[in-house]
Design a protein around this ligand. Structure first.
Ligand code: FDA
Ligand code: NAD
Length: 435
């Protein structure tokens, strides 16, 4: 029988949420030896968004330790030494492969057993692979996905060897747009393919997407919309050489980067906790249906008070805030105190080239587009409001200053009434700034 390791608190998963949870535990008061973070990755929690941005810069690329959590929210950087100093055990390169929530037991791939009093599930998401759909040749070399540091290292290494070659980006979502830009900045000949009629359809309106598509085209990126990769050609070494499209065309490729979505890692807990919307169902304190078990970040399906609806959010701001809320709730429950309910305002952002956008709220209802969306402008600034039941519920802004972005957040939170959409279009950003 192997040794059983016991911790009062265990966080399974060592990503963004785990790092912010650790900081909150420390703030709330933690004794050495009480907390362990068990992570499949070999490094301490870091700010994952860096991987598709600064990590791929041609010069001065971001490398650990500079982007460990919690720099992303402007806090102190939690280096491995920080965890040591606080007596928090980082159990790295350790994958949990079996979970029994009834007996409060976790088992690792190496056969170690861990027990806890309180568990935080922070396993995040994994990439959807083209091999999942049995796309022919999708296991060729130099076809990359991007989720963890290891993936980013492999991509960066390949970019060094294949420099200025042909890159094909499969997918027109977050990864596609950010990595496509990064590859272009590294002088690759970049083509992007995606099935939808415009990029980032889960958030962008056609008017918003049109700007980014023209901007990318001006940078020399070829965009082929309404198409999917049905297969890949490879050379004798098994390295990808071409991407076959469903219309019969073949795009030459030295590197392929695939970003066709992510899937929350809930498999370990199937049948042991309630699920909803593909995630682990929680209350406003990130408590699951199982006593003593919390779920945060990408895996949590939680109530959004503002919309009176349960949702899952795959973004870093929520990973940070849900982790802090869960830890506050855990500590409060131990002392019989009460804390405020989670009242989250969805916030998404992206950066590529010299562009930077932010979105707050809900992208439902009618849309009103405003501002300068000429991709050749020295500093394009435009946005969109979403209006539902006569109220502004969502706000998007490209190129905003910190104050302007704050105004957009405020408007999405306060949901002011609008009587006249033409008037709103005319006022644009000024409408948000006066609220
Ligand atoms: P996260 O994925 O960060 O961490 C999960 C951890 O659990 C990983 O370390 C994983 O290895 C580990 N794990 C999983 N299963 C395990 C097991 N069985 N045993 C042990 N460990 C296990 N968002 C945003 O708002 N703005 C942005 O710009 C970006 N940019 C961005 C770029 C890239 C490349 C990616 C992949 C993602 C983003 N995101 C983003 C999304 C954001 O990073 C994401 O929502 C958060 O990282 C979610 O945090 P979690 O802690 O929930 O999961
Ligand atoms: P995504 O959901 O943003 O985009 C997926 C895209 O894949 C779709 O828009 C579609 O164009 C495309 N697609 C779907 N099926 C396809 C197919 N068979 N062939 C070709 N294209 C297909 O997902 P992603 O870009 O892969 O991002 C993965 C995860 O990482 C998400 O959770 C995302 O939120 C996160 N992420 C976020 C950011 C950010 O917030 N700035 C940046 C990078 C990654």
């Amino acid at each position: 029988l192997g040794l059983v390791k016991y911790f009062r608190y265990i966080i399974v998963g060592g990503g963004v949420a785990a790092g912010y949870a650790a900081r909150e535990f420390d703030r709330q008061g933690l004794k050495p030896g009480e907390l362990a973070i068990i992570s499949k990755e070999a490094v301490a929690p870091y700010e994952r968004p860096a991987l598709s941005k600064g990590y791929l810069n041609p010069t001065g690329a971001a490398r650990l330790p500079e982007f460990h959590v919690c720099v992303g929210s402007g806090g102190e950087r939690l280096l491995p030494g920080w965890y040591k100093e606080k007596g928090i055990q980082l159990i790295l390169s350790t994958e949990i492969v079996k979970v029994n929530l009834g007996s409060k037991t976790l088992i690792s791939a190496a056969g170690e057993t861990f027990k806890y009093q309180t568990l935080i599930i922070a396993t995040g998401s994994t990439v959807i692979r083209l091999t999942d759909f049995k796309v022919e040749g999708a296991d060729a070399k130099n076809i990359f996905y991007l989720r963890e540091l290891e993936d980013a290292d492999e991509l960066a290494e390949s970019m060094k060897t294949k420099k200025t070659g042909k890159a094909v980006i499969v997918g027109g979502g977050y990864i596609g747009l950010e990595v496509g830009a990064a590859m272009r900045i590294n002088n690759f000949d970049v083509s992007m393919i995606y099935p939808e009629p415009w990029c980032m359809p889960r958030l962008f309106t056609p008017a918003i997407a049109a700007f980014y598509e023209r901007y990318y085209a001006n940078k020399g990126i070829k965009i082929i919309k309404g198409t999917v990769a049905v297969g890949f050609n490879a050379n004798r070494n098994g390295e990808v050489t071409g991407v076959k499209l469903n219309d019969g065309r073949v795009l030459e490729a030295d590197i392929v980067v695939v970003g066709v979505g992510a899937r929350p890692l809930t498999t370990l807990f199937k049948g042991q906790v309630e699920e909803e919307k593909g995630g682990i169902k929680t209350d406003k304190f990130f408590k699951t249906s199982m006593p003593g078990v919390y779920a945060v970040g990408d895996v949590a399906a939680f109530p959004i008070k503002l919309y009176n609806e349960v949702r899952r959010v795959e973004h870093v701001d929520h990973a940070r805030k849900s982790a802090e809320q869960a830890v506050k709730a855990i500590k409060a429950s131990e002392t019989g105190k009460e804390i405020e309910e989670y009242d989250y305002l969805p916030y998404f952002y992206s950066r590529s080239f010299n562009l930077s956008w932010q979105f707050y709220g809900d992208n439902v209802g009618d849309t009103v587009f405003f501002g300068d969306n000429n991709p050749s402008s020295p500093k394009p600034k435009f946005g969109s409001f979403w209006i539902k039941d006569g109220k502004v519920v969502g706000a998007f802004l490209e190129g905003g200053t910190p104050e302007e972005n704050k105004a957009m957040a405020k408007i999405a939170r306060l949901q002011p009434r609008v009587e006249n959409l033409d008037q709103l279009k005319k006022e644009g950003l000024a409408f948000a700034s006066k609220i």
